[in-house]
Ligand binder design. Structure first.
Ligand code: ATP
Length: 297
């Protein structure tokens, strides 16, 4: 069973808890499953995070999971601009999930600094920061309950109309409306089984209903049928207008749409730019791209 890859800390926990963790879309919910000692190591500041004005800056960031090993990230500097889509790509073990883990503050940087709108990230109150981030992970958990409630797990006080609005934005409304009892249809193992693409759209709706300031997507590596892929792409296209989206990207369609692509290899940034630029560069990105005949990285 695939563990929730954004949080290697979680690998120590048992599978059931890991299953539960991947589902909610909120960093805070995810963290509440972690043991207290782990949380207390992360300091929380006084600044209340409300909205992103400029963006997130990594400045010479280094991070090691274990001091005896090669650092997972070495001297990483880049800027994630507000309102744009940034794709992070690279081979397995390159450090993509670690970048996300640092942004969510699962870990502290060793050297270097991450700042948000010119303030060090650690000066912000932890939960005010995390509550404005939504994560769509590779692991999508569908509860044995109604589709509507499955979406509302993103925000328990969401109203019916907010749930429908989120589903529409996630290109899920149409298929949900065609289910026998619409939003009241029971899904999951004991109800109607959803396809992989439908599950992804539910997960996206769950994240959207939170109205996050920052949306983080950990894109699945497994192939979706092209219809589902189109639906998800459409949803992302419209959602990401003027939103800050950070995506660990594998699909070419996602990468194409990103304003910025960061290419990581062995913990370092090796290339950075948009698709045209990176293809012209004819380096690692172009190699990965051509190897996969342009379909996925
Ligand atoms: P993948 O695409 O396979 O998920 P990735 O690019 O997301 O890879 P990371 O998961 O960030 O890469 O891992 C970067 C490096 O840190 C790798 O060498 C990995 O083995 C190591 N690493 C990741 N998590 C841990 C952990 N919890 N403890 C020790 N080392 C870890």
């Amino acid at each position: 069973f695939m563990l929730y890859r954004l949080q290697p800390v979680m690998r120590r926990l048992d599978t059931d808890r890991v299953n539960l963790i991947g589902l909610l879309g909120s960093v805070e919910d995810v963290m509440s499953f972690l043991d207290i000692t782990e949380r207390n190591e992360i300091c929380s500041g006084d600044l209340q995070f409300k909205s992103l004005q400029r963006g997130i800056t990594f400045e010479s960031v280094n991070f090691s999971y274990n001091t005896s090993e090669r650092p997972a990230l070495q001297d990483i500097s880049f800027f994630i601009p507000r309102g744009k889509t940034t794709a992070i790509v690279g081979p397995s073990g390159a450090g993509k999930s670690t970048v996300i883990g640092l942004i969510c503050r699962f870990y502290e940087t060793e050297y270097g600094e991450i700042s948000v709108d010119n303030y060090p990230l650690r000066k912000f109150n932890l939960s005010s920061w995390r509550s404005r981030i939504a994560i769509v992970s590779q692991n999508i958990y569908i509860f044995n309950t109604t589709v509507g409630e499955n979406i509302a797990y993103g925000r328990l006080d969401a109203t019916k109309s907010e749930i429908i609005a989120a589903a529409k934005k996630a290109s899920a409304h149409e298929f949900i409306s065609q289910l026998p009892e619409g939003y009241d249809t029971i899904v999951g193992d004991r109800g109607i089984r959803l396809s992989g693409g439908q599950k992804q759209r539910i997960a996206l709706a769950r994240a959207i209903v939170r109205e996050p300031e920052i949306l983080i997507l950990d894109e699945a590596t497994n192939a979706l049928d092209s219809l589902s892929e189109n639906f998800i792409q459409e949803a992302l296209n419209s959602f990401s207008q003027n939103r800050t989206v950070i995506v660990i990207a594998h699909r070419l369609s996602t990468i194409k749409q990103a304003e910025q692509i960061i290419v990581l290899q062995e913990g370092k940034i090796v290339e950075q730019g948009n698709l045209q630029y990176l293809l012209k560069l004819n380096g690692l990105f172009a190699k990965l791209y051509n190897l996969q005949s342009g379909s996925a990285l």
